[in-house]
Write a new protein. Structure first.
Length: 192
């Protein structure tokens, strides 16, 4: 094999590796995504499995304008972002989702913060129905615009406010995240 052939082969292998998306439990996660209202692609920061009592519920992924390790100031001043939830469990009932959202907000916000987003949380929770295996939720945020909720690529509504997105991110990245393993996977760290 000539030096030129070897170089071509190595370059081809590197390009193929770079084009390969992440995969968790047969859920393929693209390396980049585009969201409505933001002018450049977001990159996959990290992803992991949401488990409850050893049952895999969904693959959660965090996309940001650029990769970062750790939470940093994501909760104080969230940049454009997407949280993607790819459901792998047979069915998560609307009631269970509503309880989970409310619990996540209550566990990570002060009473004043919770009161400030309460009406918007009610609207947000009302956007969801039952979620089934293979379905996907996108929570797309653009600063100054709000958080757009989409299910299976169909926009369902916009929840205004940078403070709401900060509260929403705290469900996964706050002091009492849904699971520490998922938090660490989404922010690319080995431990808290």
């Amino acid at each position: 094999m000539t030096c030129r052939s070897i170089c071509f082969l190595l370059a081809s292998m590197l390009l193929c590796a770079a084009a390969t998306a992440a995969s968790i439990d047969d859920v393929v996660l693209p390396d980049t995504v585009s969201i409505n209202g933001f002018d450049r692609p977001l990159v996959l920061n990290g992803a992991g499995m949401r488990k409850k009592w050893f049952i895999s519920v969904y693959v959660g992924a965090l996309y940001l304008p650029q990769r970062q390790a750790g939470v940093g100031d994501l909760l104080q001043s969230p940049p454009a972002n997407r949280v993607a939830m790819h459901f792998v469990y047979s069915k998560v009932a609307k009631r269970q989702l509503a309880e989970g959202w409310r619990e996540g907000f209550e566990n990570n916000l002060t009473e004043a913060q919770l009161n400030a987003v309460a009406a918007r949380l009610d609207r947000f929770v009302g956007l969801f129905g039952d979620m089934r295996e293979g379905e996907t939720v996108w929570l797309d945020f653009v600063p100054g615009r709000g958080t757009e909720v989409s299910v299976n690529g169909t926009p369902l509504g916009m929840i205004e406010g940078d403070d709401f997105n900060s509260a929403l991110l705290s469900v996964w990245l706050g002091k009492e995240p849904v699971t520490i393993e998922l938090k660490n996977a989404m922010v690319g760290v080995d431990k808290d």
